[in-house]
Design a protein around this ligand. Structure first.
Ligand SMILES: [Ca+2]
Ligand SMILES: [Ca+2]
Length: 129
C-alpha cells in the first residue's frame, strides 16, 4: 500500500492497450501520478524493474499543444502535478500531430515521456488499485 492505493509493476513488453488490460485483469488500472504524494509510490516500483513503465496517462485531445489535452485514466485532473522529463512531451518531433499519445515513466529520472501507444519499448506497466 502507498497513499491508500496498492501498486504493482508487471514486466512485459506490450503496447499500451495490452498493458492496460493486464492491470484490469489484476483488478486495477494503469497508475496515475496526479500529485507529488503519488511520486514516491511510483519511485518504489521503478526500483524493482530494469526500465520504463507505462502509466495511466493519455493525450485524449491531440489537436492541442503537445503538453495539453492529457488526462489520467482515473479521472483526476492532469494539471495539478506535472513531471515531464527534459524536452518532453515532444510528440516525437515537436509537432503535435498525434504521434505520441500514451504516457510512460522513465526509469532513468522517474519522469514522464509521451510515446507511441504501440511501442514495445517500456518493459512493463505500473498498475494501481
Ligand atoms: Ca509529431
Ligand atoms: Ca516523447
Amino acid at each position: 500500500m502507498c497513499g491508500g492505493r496498492c501498486f504493482a509493476a508487471c514486466e512485459d513488453s506490450v503496447g499500451y492497450s495490452n498493458a492496460l488490460a493486464r492491470c484490469n485483469q489484476w483488478g486495477g488500472t494503469l497508475a496515475s501520478i496526479s500529485s507529488a504524494a503519488d511520486q514516491p509510490c511510483v519511485d518504489q516500483l521503478l526500483a524493482t524493474v530494469p526500465a520504463d513503465l507505462w502509466i495511466g496517462y493519455v493525450q485524449t485531445t491531440p489537436a492541442l499543444a503537445v503538453d495539453l489535452g492529457w488526462s489520467w485514466l482515473d479521472g483526476t485532473p492532469s494539471t495539478a502535478y506535472t513531471n515531464w522529463s527534459v524536452s518532453q512531451p515532444d510528440d516525437a518531433d515537436g509537432v503535435e500531430d498525434g504521434d505520441e499519445q500514451c504516457g510512460e515513466i522513465f526509469v532513468v529520472d522517474h519522469k514522464r515521456n509521451d510515446l507511441i501507444c504501440a511501442s514495445a519499448n517500456p518493459v512493463g506497466m505500473a498498475c494501481s488499485k
